[in-house]
Design a protein around this ligand. Sequence first.
Ligand code: SF4
Ligand code: SF4
Ligand code: FES
Length: 466
Amino acid sequence: MKLEIDGRVVEIEAGNTLLDAAKSIGIDIPTLCYHPALEPFGACRLCSVEIAKRGRTKVVTACNYPVEDGLVVRTKTPNIIEIRKMLLELLLARCPEEGRIQSLASEYGVTKPRFQIEDEHCILCGLCTRVCEELVGVSAINVISRGVEREVGAPYKELSDDCIGCGSCALVCPTDAIRLEKNIYPTTAEDIQEIEDKFLEGDRDEDLGVYSDLIAGKTSTGGQDGGMVTALLISGMKSNLFDAALVVRRVDGYNAESVVVEDEQGILSARGTKYLRVPMMSKLEAALKAGKRRIAVVGTPCEVRAVRKLQQQWELEREYPGVELTVLGLFCLESFDYEGLKADTTSRFGVDLDKADKTQISRGKYIVTADGKDHSCDVRDMEAIVREGCPYCDDFVSRLADISIGSVGSPDECSTVIVRSKVGKKLLDAAEFVSAEVDKKQIVKLAKLKKRNADRKLATIFEGVQ
Ligand code: SF4
Ligand code: SF4
Ligand code: FES
């Protein structure tokens, strides 16, 4: 396609937009709701330009208008400047404290809006909701309500059980709005640093995070991979470190749910490894609302991130005074949803997952034991059923937990334990176990692998951030 932009001729492949064409010859058009890795949305209209076609002129948005042969485009006519000024004046009135809006507005000579000033941060560009849905695949947030009430948030304005805290929405948000949203947990590098400084204690290791102790252990409780999680919970409760625990237990065969338990029997009912991600945050909030304050939480790295973000917020706002959380994080490369894993196990091995004796992910293999026989496949072959969002998670070892537990790095029937805080140390000291040798290299290898894969995914988002 051959067209003219601001008097300069540009040639570009069909299918590109006017914004692409302008960029290709170094012409700058301001944008707010545009991101190259996302479907164009046309929400902010800041990229408005004037086009002349068959003797008629009209205003279009450059980010989603396709290039055409012979088109004459003008990006800085007095009319276009006026449109952008008006839009920025409205945005400045809505979000007077937002740096990006302030700087764009001042570029166009707008310093003081004539309209009623509000105290919003979100400009409703939809970048966060689109990145969460189109790239991360989680759809934890949406634009909710209507008219002037429109805002971005988790469904029903309740704590999200879907958000994995990947922080992608915070990366693309042109303002600070999404970080202020209370029902999701976008965790940025800055947040991670803050959480580590506030809750953790020990030396910083590039791959394993902050930690003070790394051991392998086996307990008399029994259970998969040494039963260390169960033993830590039981001894922690007996030693009065907490009086309730949020754990995941089986219901209906292999399917699982999170539940708050208050005694040893309850903890034992949650024994065994599950490779499912189950809704958790709403259960934690319900326990707090019911008056529980000293709670142990067992979760995967994304759940640990969410819990820490909430813990920070609750402390800041004194929402649940006296809350004391003990966070036990699990090693996790990816998780599955029940229906997907069940269907896959049936079609792959002819085994009903609900009736399996045991499932295990070990050394890159998914192993299902049923009727005394092991069936296995490479976990990489199960990519299609991995839960949405997992490829965007870069944490294998639950870096923000008080204590992390997993099977990688320790001999069979033992668990690896990483102590990361005073709380974690107290918990380990209260437990009885037999020590074994740890192979740190194995843990580092998987931690690096997970981070490398997530970094590759996140690069697409970074590249589009202005
Ligand atoms: S929260 Fe941020 S990214 Fe989402 S719509 Fe609002 S301004 Fe845009
Ligand atoms: S942190 Fe990730 S999963 Fe959560 S809302 Fe943002 S993009 Fe979606
Ligand atoms: S950047 Fe084009 S409409 Fe927002």
